[in-house]
Design a protein around this ligand. Sequence first.
Ligand SMILES: NC(=O)c1ccc[n+]([C@@H]2O[C@H](COP(=O)([O-])OP(=O)(O)OC[C@H]3O[C@@H](n4cnc5c(N)ncnc54)[C@H](OP(=O)(O)O)[C@@H]3O)[C@@H](O)[C@H]2O)c1
Length: 201
Amino acid sequence: MKVAIFGTGNVGIHMNNLLTGAGYETMLCGRRTADENRHTFAEGASGAEAILIALPYTVAVDIMKSIAPLTAGKLVIDCTNPLNPDWSPLVPGENRSAGEVLAGLLPDARLVKAFNTVFADVMVPERQLRSGLKITAFVAGDDTEARQKVITLASDIGFEPLDTGALFTARYLEAMAHLNIHIAVAGGGGTHAAFIYHKNQ
Ligand SMILES: NC(=O)c1ccc[n+]([C@@H]2O[C@H](COP(=O)([O-])OP(=O)(O)OC[C@H]3O[C@@H](n4cnc5c(N)ncnc54)[C@H](OP(=O)(O)O)[C@@H]3O)[C@@H](O)[C@H]2O)c1
């Protein structure tokens, strides 16, 4: 599966490395296309089967509006967290999540929330195993087949996928990320921490 990665910052580059390391074909997409092998967002939306959003949430809203007509049937993996400039939680709407807002902007695509609870700093092979346990990648989405594709992708790139069900559970995943950021930034916990859901089976 070819994945267009929207955003070439911390998450975009680390996810690109994990995906290419696992044999996925990728297209790095951003606003600076002068760099070698960079594509426009429209080229990525047209040229790949899947889009991975690694942009600030408010930027993603604008970009999704502009590429929506190109996303019919595509898998969209939303890694965003809705944040204010000071990293505090930005509430995208009453009882809603960034994932649901972005999905609403892409009515013909199949959006899955994933990887937003994983710090970019641990999206590297040497930090994915913790005392023998893989970091959990929570996966939420309304389309079962799309969710399954992301579960397979998450497993392929070294995470332990956990299916949280319908897209409304993105609200919980974004709250988890807000807590993670709060502990890292306000609590001095750093960004090498990671969630592991241990079922004790
Ligand atoms: N960092 C983490 O640990 C982490 C973990 C999980 C999820 N997330 C979420 O993932 C997303 C990306 O985070 P990040 O840490 O990778 O951010 P980042 O390092 O700041 O990278 C942001 C990317 O967005 C692009 N961008 C910013 N403003 C833009 C605009 N107006 N138009 C087009 N492109 C624009 C930047 O492009 P330029 O390079 O051209 O500036 C850059 O490629 C965010 O929603 C974040 O909340 C982050």
